[in-house]
Design a protein around this ligand. Structure first.
Ligand SMILES: [Cu+2]
Length: 509
């Protein structure tokens, strides 16, 4: 079943040039988006009956959690260095927490001087609340607001961030924890750890980095194996675990819960207690290798969904990935380390359960060196979340393409155009079992992220929404097309996504 690109016809233009958006008031913009989307009868539209009907069928508990999020300029104190940045009232934002089936009502106010939005990463929510302008909503203009309201379909560890340009690489992120009313796992304490690579307000802004990277390598090739900073670029960052080039952006700081190693986040606990640690990689160009000195980690979930427990020494997290681990606390003071994979730097925090001297941030942590590095390849979905056996109704092949030299990251050789998002749509239909084969034809790893669905890795692997794909490899996954709408999929290296490594999966109407 070929998956055929749609050419926009004169009667169905997506009118959202930047100038068009800026020239209109917010209400008019929303109307323009809807008007520009409705004349394409072959696709389910975000505000159409198929989406609201699916939401109605989700039912839910009827309980409502209400939150206010204001995106605004702020300052982050990095152990004495002040970084001007943007955030949702803290870095990370306060945790949003509710129980699966509950409704989240989140009013997002925009006090930035740029358009913004909020995307609820990993949630298979109703399409018009997915927060991807201009595909699922009009952008929230400066001074404007948007009321997100949706039933939370599945429990797990999720997070939220804007889906406009490289705004994620400011401090605009927070955790969204959805409790399971039928939780199988028990624990004494719980910590949420958000890992991040930080440059905003210190060396550059995310927009400046994107501009620099977009120029391509120019005359900068031929640097050999040199590991060095060149402006906002980091040359020579390599990792065997990532199959080569580990990342390309220079970050002066790596953070755990907004804190640098010189002023580390501190967690306290009781020896013998079991802690559930919810790990989120909110970085934009950095994979983290996570470990806790003197402890092993038992992986219980990834991307919100349970897996058969596996004990590891460390975990590799690509951007956008989440892992839940259980740790039985020892007695003393312990280092928590998230190595910026291949970048020769790290994020660092402390765990205190007893007396002792705090380790230095450059302490050697043997768990990081072990071969017991957990990745999705080690994991198996638990029986209750494994997909039923079914023959795929549709096969879709996508290839990740492009490279650093021209900075032309794309999918199937084409760079996505956010002003013309329906140019390249992969068609699917409600009720289908879809097999998706993602081939990495580039020389670099990519964390591939699909919106609105949690697929399962082939061979009984984990349910996930964000997966690391090494250079030259193909990842095969399957999902049930049960959430109608227009859903983007993209690399979660935000600079790759903005360069064009993005596509759309559209439900036929
Ligand atoms: Cu990428």
């Amino acid at each position: 079943m070929p998956d055929r690109p749609l050419s926009p016809t004169p009667s169905s233009p997506m009118l959202l040039t930047r100038r068009g958006v800026l020239g209109l008031g917010l209400g008019a913009v929303a109307a323009a988006v809807l008007a520009s989307c409705t004349p394409a009868p072959q696709w389910v539209t975000p505000t159409g009956a198929a989406v609201s009907g699916t939401e109605k069928n989700r039912g839910g508990t009827g309980r409502v959690t209400t939150v206010d999020l204001t995106a605004a300029p702020t300052t982050l104190d990095l152990a004495g260095t002040s970084a001007a940045t943007w955030a949702f009232g803290g870095i990370p934002a306060p945790v949003i927490r509710l129980t699966a089936g509950d409704t989240l009502k989140a009013t997002v106010r925009n006090q930035l001087d740029a358009d913004t939005s909020v995307h609820w990463h990993g949630l298979a929510l109703r399409n018009d609340m997915d927060g991807v302008p201009p595909v699922t909503q009009a952008p929230i203009a400066p001074g404007g607001q948007f009321a997100y309201e949706f039933v939370t379909p599945h429990p797990g560890t999720y997070w939220f961030h804007p889906h406009v340009g490289p705004q994620l690489d400011h401090g605009l992120y927070g955790a969204l924890i959805i409790d399971d009313p039928d939780e199988k796992v028990t624990w004494d304490d719980e910590w949420v750890l958000i890992l991040d690579d930080w440059l905003d307000g210190v060396t550059a802004t995310p927009d400046q980095v994107l501009t620099d990277l977009s120029k391509g390598m120019g005359g900068m090739g031929g640097m050999g194996d040199m590991f060095m900073r060149m402006g906002n670029r980091l040359m020579g960052a390599t990792s065997d675990l990532l199959g080569g080039d580990a990342g390309d952006v220079y970050y002066p700081h790596y953070l755990i819960n907004g804190k640098p190693p010189a002023d580390p986040a501190q967690f306290t606990g009781t020896p013998g207690n079991v802690v559930r640690i919810r790990l989120i990689n909110a970085g934009s160009d950095t994979a983290f290798r996570f470990a806790m000195g003197g402890h092993t980690l038992t992986i219980t979930h990834t991307d919100g969904f349970p897996v058969e427990p596996v004990e590891v020494d460390s975990i590799l997290l690509g951007m956008g990935e989440r892992y839940d681990v259980q740790v039985t606390l020892g007695d003393g003071v312990f280092p928590v380390v998230a190595e910026a994979e291949g970048k020769r730097d790290r994020a660092f925090a402390l765990v205190r359960t007893g007396s002792g001297t705090a380790p230095m941030s450059d302490v050697e942590v043997s768990e990081l060196d072990s071969r017991q590095v957990g990745t999705a390849q080690n994991l198996t979905a638990t029986a209750e979340v494994a997909l039923s056996r079914a023959t795929p109704d549709r096969l879709i092949d996508v290839s990740l393409t492009g490279g650093m030299a021209a900075y032309d990251w794309g999918i199937d050789g084409r760079q996505f155009d956010m002003t013309d998002p329906l140019r390249d749509v992969h068609a699917i239909s409600k009720g289908e079992r879809v097999q998706l084969r993602i081939r990495n034809d580039t020389k670099m790893w990519h964390p591939f992220h699909l919106h609105g669905h949690t697929y399962q890795h082939e061979g009984g692997g984990p349910r996930k929404d964000t997966s690391t794909i090494l250079p030259g490899r193909t990842l095969t996954v399957e999902f049930d097309a049960d959430n109608p709408g227009l859903w983007i999929a993209h690399c979660h290296n935000i600079y790759h996504a903005e360069s064009g490594m993005t596509t759309v999966f559209g439900y036929r109407s």
